[in-house]
Ligand binder design. Structure first.
Ligand code: OFO
Length: 175
């Protein structure tokens, strides 16, 4: 007979568990999208940008697991996400960079909403947990903006696209 040792008590509300699980799915979707961008970049010869987006994809997986572990540590059920509707086709490098910034801004907005919900429901523990993501989003948005600035500053005349690719590669954090 199966032993049933289920943690029956969690201080997390159903509403907070739901939004955190939804965020796990968003991080998984971002990770898959950045992997698709990495593949497209490699295919088109933007090798450094490909490495950059692979790194971004791995970062999103770390975020996903951070949320997953927090829910488990709090005694609730973390849900393995389904990843659907991942776009693998892009027009050009610029559209990828624009998409990257839009996605990061939308993730910041999501975390602001989660933080607001935590405050409204008096869940200061999750509010404190979410601060890490808000700090991280400041960096991620800044990096995404920088890629667009690099694109616009260098421009695509002559060997511009080659130089842009090289400069984007330099944005990969060094260990
Ligand atoms: Fe770049 O977003 Fe995760 O959290």
């Amino acid at each position: 007979m199966e032993t049933s040792i289920i943690r029956k008590n969690t201080s997390l509300s159903e509403e907070i568990i739901t939004v955190l699980n939804q965020q796990i799915a968003v991080e998984a979707h971002s990770s898959a999208t950045y992997l698709a961008m990495s593949s497209w970049c490699h295919l088109k010869g933007y090798i450094k940008s490909g490495e950059f987006f692979r790194h971004q994809s791995e970062e999103e997986t770390v975020h996903k697991m951070k949320l997953f572990d927090y829910i488990l540590d709090m005694g609730a059920q973390a849900l393995a996400p389904e990843v659907q509707n991942v776009n693998n086709y892009f027009d050009d490098l610029k559209s990828i960079l624009d998409n990257f910034l839009e996605m990061e801004i939308s993730i910041t907005n999501r975390f602001n909403k989660i933080a607001k919900k935590c405050l409204e429901s008096g869940d200061f523990q999750t509010f404190s947990f979410v601060q890490w993501f808000l700090d991280e989003q400041k960096e991620e948005e800044d990096t995404a903006r920088r890629t667009i600035e690099i694109y616009e500053l260098i421009g695509i005349e002559l060997d511009g696209l080659y130089q842009i690719d090289k400069a984007i590669g330099k944005l990969i954090p060094q260990p």
